[in-house]
Design a protein around this ligand. Structure first.
Ligand SMILES: [Fe+2]
Ligand SMILES: [Fe+2]
Length: 244
């Protein structure tokens, strides 16, 4: 089975459309979404609608999704994020809000584990270090474990006879997962933060046990124009051009 793996769309429908076109071209007929469909971007409803319509979808709740639906306190967010979360809340239909509210925090299947932040704190922890990876090992079992939240395409790997290993996932470098335990982050579709503004996403082949990262172009300017029209904070508009 080939899964299209994506995360942190954040209301950026232009980026999502490019990501879904890439998945279609590469024959990914199943999907893994690591959360944060809304927040930051100008088209939360379009993004929720498009993802709701995907067949064979595994998806978890992100912290911005949780805040937009009232499942999470706004104290976790800065002022710019709150402005965008409130914008999303006002723009989602009742059916879209109900669907988001019902998303689980953790998904376990025979082929992978899925959370937004980390297995032990699905809505709040950013996994960015080997020590956090080690501390989280008791909280999940089926490898790989897909995560999002940091907007960084990174992997963590447990080796048998050495300290755990982590690195950035570079585009087109195929990772063979073998029998070890992996945490994999596909990066962000709608607001990359690794200095590369192109949408980041992954393909997971559960038969071959391989994972590969790709970057795809999208119309950044169009998203920025829509954000300006809606009055979303300028700093959120500017960062998209730099991937920050
Ligand atoms: Fe996010
Ligand atoms: Fe998040």
């Amino acid at each position: 089975m080939i899964y299209g793996v994506f995360s942190d769309v954040h209301g950026n429908y232009e980026a999502l459309k490019s990501a879904l076109a890439f998945f279609k071209k590469n024959k990914a007929a199943s999907f893994i979404c690591c959360g944060d469909l809304v927040g930051y971007g100008p088209q939360p409803a379009e993004c929720v609608k498009a993802v709701m319509g995907l067949e064979n979808l595994a998806i978890v709740l992100g912290n911005h999704d949780a805040a937009a639906t009232g499942r999470m306190d706004m104290k976790w967010f800065n002022g710019n994020a709150i402005a965008a979360i409130l914008y999303a809340r006002c723009n989602l239909s009742g059916a879209e809000l109900a669907w988001l509210t019902g998303l689980p925090e953790t998904v376990k299947t025979p082929e992978f584990t899925l959370v937004h932040g980390s297995p032990r704190k699905p809505l709040t922890e950013y996994v960015l270090s080997e020590s956090q990876f080690l501390e989280n090992l008791p909280y999940w079992d089926i490898s790989p474990c897909f995560i999002g939240h940091s907007h960084m395409p990174v992997y963590f790997r447990q080796t048998d006879d050495a300290p755990p290993e982590t690195d950035f996932l570079r585009p087109m470098s195929r990772m063979l997962l073998g029998g070890l335990r992996y945490v994999l982050n596909p990066g962000s579709v709608g607001q990359p933060r690794d200095g590369n503004p192109r949408a980041s996403l992954g393909l997971y082949d559960s038969q071959k046990k391989s994972f590969e990262i790709f970057r795809v172009d999208y119309n950044v300017t169009k998203t920025q124009e829509l954000m300006k029209k809606t009055g979303l904070p300028q700093v959120l508009v500017d960062r998209l051009a730099y991937g920050l």
